[in-house]
Design a protein around this ligand. Structure first.
Ligand code: MRU
Length: 352
């Protein structure tokens, strides 16, 4: 993605394989700030404090975390400890555990002296694969957008499932980027996505960089817009998908799916197959829905009059802050992945 005339990825390894550069997403949209991660500890902090976030990106970042730790100590114990600590850093998006498992598969049988080099190779490969996968998600989603005949095509999205949530291109935004390249007139309704405002801070910033018309709306506005025929379809990403098509994604996704169903508006989920969890089926939900610090709800961040990013308190009571919810398959029109678009209940079959 191009930012200020320069092409960027959300994470890039240094040529001497000693560090990675990330975009500090907690500073957006106010500052475009690149920072270096030089150790496993830096990586874990960046994931926990959401300097990097989005399911595919935290997966690849954790792979680089293993590579950094292998520079430091390539022993079996260090490999297993790093894998454990990374998996604990954020519990809901399965891509993180998936990427860590991929790295373990590649590294377990390698001699300790060759581990660091091999780890960097595979972490870089996961990053490259993510980019190709997202381009294919875009290709698979494009026909679904083309079959809607409105102009402009009004698409509602929740949270950020754009290039900032991946290495490049994004998942939910990938078909939108491809449609715009083909000259389709698109306007995006961007849910602000309280409490961390990934829609307002990240999706709107991304769409601004790409010069795509968009409007930020409060999380409560989508229903009204649907009633007024101002939404042609909804596209969101996913953090974990069950093999029977339940979709765990940013809190508030479920409410948008309910409203879309009530108004007969297509509701699409775009995600790579690495987001499908073989162990998640029916009532068996083998993961924790991350519950984050209530202060994320009680405080709000912005730019003060001195141009400094700062927080103010906006609430004084107890707060409860689950970060994700689960949308059942009956509310989802199609799941778009790198292989095509599928009815939600058939997504599990693709893993066989
Ligand atoms: O808490 P976040 O910002 O990591 O949540 C991100 C989302 O919920 C995204 O919609 C999801 O990870 C899909 S990203 C391609």
């Amino acid at each position: 993605m191009v930012v200020e005339g320069k092409s960027h990825r959300t994470i890039e390894a240094s040529s001497d394989l000693t560090r990675v550069t990330i975009i500090d997403q907690t500073a957006l949209p106010f500052k475009f700030k690149l920072i270096e991660l030089k150790s496993l500890k830096d990586v874990i902090q960046a994931i926990k404090f959401m300097k990097v976030r989005g399911a595919p990106l935290i997966g690849v970042t954790s792979a680089f975390g293993i590579a950094l730790e292998m520079n430091n100590d390539p022993s079996n114990q260090s490999l297993m400890d790093a894998a454990f600590a990374l998996k604990e850093s954020r519990p809901t998006a399965v891509n993180l555990a998936w990427a860590v498992e991929k790295m373990l598969e590649h590294l377990k049988t390698i001699n300790a002296k060759d581990r660091a080099k091999t780890a960097w190779f595979y972490a870089n490969q996961l990053a490259e694969d993510d980019i190709k996968t997202n381009i294919n998600i875009g290709r698979a989603g494009l026909p679904l957008l083309k079959q809607i005949k409105s102009s402009p095509l009004n698409i509602l999205t929740h949270c950020n499932a754009g290039w900032l949530a991946t290495i490049d291109n994004g998942t939910a935004l990938s078909p939108i980027y491809q449609a715009v390249e083909e000259g389709i007139d698109i306007h995006v309704w961007v849910d602000e996505t309280r409490p961390r405002n990934q829609g307002m801070n990240l999706t709107a910033w991304e769409l601004t960089q790409a010069k795509i018309p968009h409007t930020i709306i409060s999380d409560n506005t989508g229903g009204l817009l649907m009633q007024q025929n101002k939404v042609d379809c909804v596209i969101v990403g996913a953090d974990r998908i069950s093999i029977d098509g339940q979709v765990c994604n940013k809190i508030g996704t479920y409410l948008k799916a309910l409203a879309a169903k009530a108004h007969d508006i297509p509701f699409y989920v775009a995600a790579p197959l690495s987001t499908v969890d073989k162990k998640f089926i029916g009532k068996n939900q083998p993961f924790e829905i991350e519950c984050r610090d209530p202060n994320e709800l009680l405080r709000i961040k912005g730019l003060n009059s001195n141009g400094i990013i700062s927080e103010v308190k906006i609430g004084m009571s107890n707060a409860y802050n689950p970060a994700f919810d689960i949308t059942p398959p009956e509310f989802i029109s199609k799941i778009i992945c790198e292989k095509g678009s599928y009815n939600p209940d058939s997504i599990g079959a693709l893993l066989l």
